[in-house]
Design a protein around this ligand. Structure first.
Ligand code: SF4
Length: 82
């Protein structure tokens, strides 16, 4: 699968010029689920997330987000692709 993920969150560690996401994989979930689970739980453990239906895009988020230069960059096993 050749995915192209576009994102405007430019303070994320995985963000790149042109609004591109360079994470090797990402996890989208509900806002409430993202608040509930620790940073280490992310796309590398995707089967541990229960179904999390939402009513609109405003209730979903990218759990893979981590601020650039954060100490948590390596907490979840996600890699930045070159
Ligand atoms: S990890 Fe999520 S927030 Fe970060 S650039 Fe990719 S899609 Fe955007």
């Amino acid at each position: 699968m050749n995915q192209h993920i576009h994102c405007s969150v430019n303070n994320c560690h995985y963000w790149a010029q042109g609004n591109k996401c360079e994470a090797n994989e990402i996890m989208i979930t509900s806002d409430s689920s993202a608040n509930q689970y620790p940073d280490r739980l992310d796309a590398t453990q995707t089967t541990q997330f229960p179904p999390t239906p939402v009513q609109s895009c405003m209730e979903s988020c990218c759990k893979t987000f981590v601020p650039a230069n954060s100490r948590q960059i390596n907490a979840d096993g996600i890699r930045r692709q070159q």
